[in-house]
Design a protein around this ligand. Structure first.
Ligand code: GLC
Length: 652
């Protein structure tokens, strides 16, 4: 868009840029800057327009983008161009992800590089390596308290190790996801140290106050993220003699994005990691980016504007890099992190589907899909060219983040129902074999979330202990059922390391004083590679899980309608144990696939008249694409085994 004010400013900025087009080939940079500058300028104006140094800040921003563009390695610049052409690249069903800690998975980055063949064996081609940046030696919130954004944690490796890894991943057509913790820094970060030493410009990087007046006003509306271990949202810093906002742990200082210096620094860091070869950047805790007295300080409009600005700027320098929004918030809020519009107010291409995740856990506990169906129906349709990250488990706790109104609609009382789920997953409910622990219990309002590994939450740990082979089979089938859904729902499935071999809780974290008070460590395993070897021995749990998942992943990649083009229809059936949806395509050549998942332990039946495939007369032959065989059908009724699933296609 041509608009005089921004255009004049852009001309001024380009005249002042210390980079000279004759020394560097900046053609692509200029084209993209021209295309995005109107948007960048309007966002900057809205966020920082009232500052006297507005134009200087705008210049600094463009300089940052130009410098990082110049530093961008040719191979990545070429990737940008390829992805600009193939702009739906991240919607493809060929992507299957896994999230892991490099230390837990294989010791360090070199270990991950050595195990790239393991991912390929399974079919995983997108790897999210959780925080790799330097963080304090002691407590660091699993690396989410960063003390230096430009070096690696020596325990993980160094930049050469990362280079080696990215090169090998590129050769294997695999994508790398890295975290940028944009909301806060560790109190050991240089900026925090300078703030402590009295530099007021660095105190302005954070929210710091000499007394409790402002903090107390904030506290009236701010919820607590870690109520047990880090109650309140402010911490008194003795050295600085000021209160500092610490929404997460007391050693994680929230960054102040109302200061444009902070924005520019963080953009520089985002582009720095883009230039180190990350294909996708996971922006951590994005819901918290803007703080306003009188609000919960989550999901504020300005947080969205910050993300739009980050996206616009990244599109100028590194357009091939996609963003993941890590916003574990209410369903109506999550969807907003894709942006308001696919072109003019774009934010993150990918977002965690925390709603689907928590609804799946509801269905596991209740053995029915009432709330799952209701919750999915209430989830607003997302933008085009945006996709979900569908997951069952991750390194965090499971929040019961569904809407109270949805819970009520399906006939439960929200408070009692949530309490039931906590009891169920902590094994305090008759017949529950789950071995989770409550996380983040808030004594003030009774809220809690759940920690525990997938295998332990679905009863595999219990079944192995008791040696009951039927129970082992049921738990394994449950693990497969849940994966069949994240692999078919629409979006990028994100497996969690260890789940592919049924890794149970690891309670050794209690021996480590830096971890003992955070039971999320129970599900952040150290992979036992001897156990993983058993994936080659038939008859073992590891063999069953790994090879079934491997098959599922391979089949997913063959099914075009599993690419995410908002092509999913939820199908209402009159059996409350069955979750049924259809993936379809406008292309007549593509098959429609009907996904049926049975959350009950007993076989369930479904009348084919209820669903589209049943309307064909005579009945076409129905095939389950996963197993390659036809399911049991009797009198136009299909039978789904207990904890079974189908990916059905009608054979033409
Ligand atoms: C994100 C991370 C979580 C961390 C928090 C604070 O939610 O996933 O592990 O505790 O951010 O950084």
């Amino acid at each position: 868009m041509y608009e005089q004010i921004s255009h004049t400013l852009l001309n001024d900025i380009l005249n002042k840029l210390e980079y000279d087009a004759s020394q560097h080939d900046l053609r692509h940079f200029y084209t993209r800057l021209g295309a995005n500058f109107y948007g960048i300028h309007s966002l900057l104006q809205t966020l920082y327009g009232d500052r006297d140094d507005f134009e200087q800040q705008a210049l600094k921003l463009v300089e940052t983008m130009a410098r990082q563009y110049i530093e961008r390695p040719p191979v990545l610049r070429q990737k940008d161009i390829d992805r600009e052409q193939d702009y739906n690249w991240f919607l493809d069903q060929k992507w299957v992800g896994m999230a892991l800690y490099s230390q837990g998975f294989a010791g360090d980055l070199q270990g991950v590089t050595k195990h790239l063949g393991y991912f390929q064996e399974l079919g995983v081609n997108l790897v999210h390596i959780m925080p790799v940046m330097r963080c304090p030696e002691g407590s660091s919130d699993g690396g989410y308290a960063v003390s230096d954004f430009r070096t690696l944690d020596p325990r993980v490796g160094d930049l050469n190790d990362l280079k080696q890894l990215t090169q090998e991943m590129r050769e294997r057509d695999m994508l790398l996801v890295l975290d940028v913790v944009v909301n806060h820094t560790s109190d050991e970060h240089e900026w925090a140290q300078l703030a402590r030493n009295g530099y007021t410009n660095f105190q302005d990087y954070y929210y710091t106050f000499t007394n409790r007046n402002v903090p107390d006003m904030f506290e009236q509306n701010m919820p607590e993220v870690f109520p047990e271990t880090s109650p309140g949202n402010f911490t008194w810093d003795e050295e600085m003699q000021r209160w500092v906002m610490t929404v997460f742990n007391d050693y994680q200082w929230d960054l102040n994005y109302s200061n444009p210096e902070v924005f520019i620094e963080m953009l520089d860091i985002i582009l720095y990691w883009a230039n180190r070869g990350a294909d996708i950047l996971r922006l951590d805790a994005v819901a918290f980016l803007w703080k306003k007295i009188g609000s919960t300080c989550q999901n504020e409009r300005e947080a969205h504007l910050i993300l739009q600005l980050m996206k616009d700027c990244c599109q100028v320098t590194a357009p091939g890099v996609a963003f993941i929004a890590e916003a574990i918030v209410a369903p109506v809020e999550v969807i907003k992190y894709f942006g308001e519009d696919a072109v003019i107010a774009k934010e993150c291409e990918i977002a965690y589907n925390a709603t689907f995740m928590s609804l799946l856990w509801d269905a596991v506990a209740t053995k029915n899909v009432k709330l799952l169906k209701q919750g999915i129906k209430s989830l607003p349709v997302k933008l085009e060219r945006a996709t979900w990250l569908n997951y069952i488990r991750c390194h965090d706790d499971i929040g019961l983040g569904f809407d109270d109104s949805d819970i009520a609609k399906v006939g439960y009382d929200p408070i009692t129902h949530r309490q039931f789920l906590i009891n169920y997953y902590t094994g305090n409910y008759p017949d529950s074999h789950a071995k989770g622990q409550p996380f983040g219990h808030n004594k003030k309002n009774g809220d809690a979330r759940i920690s525990g590994s997938l295998a332990s939450l679905v009863g595999l740990e219990y079944a192995i202990e008791t040696g009951n082979s039927d129970d082992i089979d049921s738990a394994v089938n449950f693990i497969l059922l849940l994966h069949s859904l994240i692999l078919s729902f629409g979006g990028i499935p994100l497996l969690y390391y260890g789940d592919e071999i049924g890794t149970i809780n690891d309670n050794s974290f209690t021996d480590d004083p830096d971890k003992a008070n955070d039971n999320r460590w129970m599900h952040r395993p150290i992979i036992d590679w001897d156990k993983a070897e058993r994936r080659h021995t038939s008859g073992t749990v590891e063999f069953h899980l790994f090879n079934s998942l491997k098959r599922m992943i391979a089949v997913r990649k063959e099914i075009n309608v599993f690419a995410d083009f908002n092509n999913r229809n939820l199908i209402d059936v009159d059996n409350e144990h069955l979750f049924v949806f259809e993936r379809n395509s406008l292309d007549f050549n593509d098959k429609t696939v009907l996904v049926i998942a049975n959350f009950d332990s007993k076989p369930q039946s479904l009348h084919l008249e209820n669903i589209a495939v049943g309307s064909h007369q005579p009945m076409p032959q129905i095939v389950d694409l996963y197993s390659g065989s036809s399911p049991d059908i009797f009198n136009n009724t299909i039978v789904v085994p207990g904890y079974g699933f189908y990916w059905l296609s009608t054979k033409l």
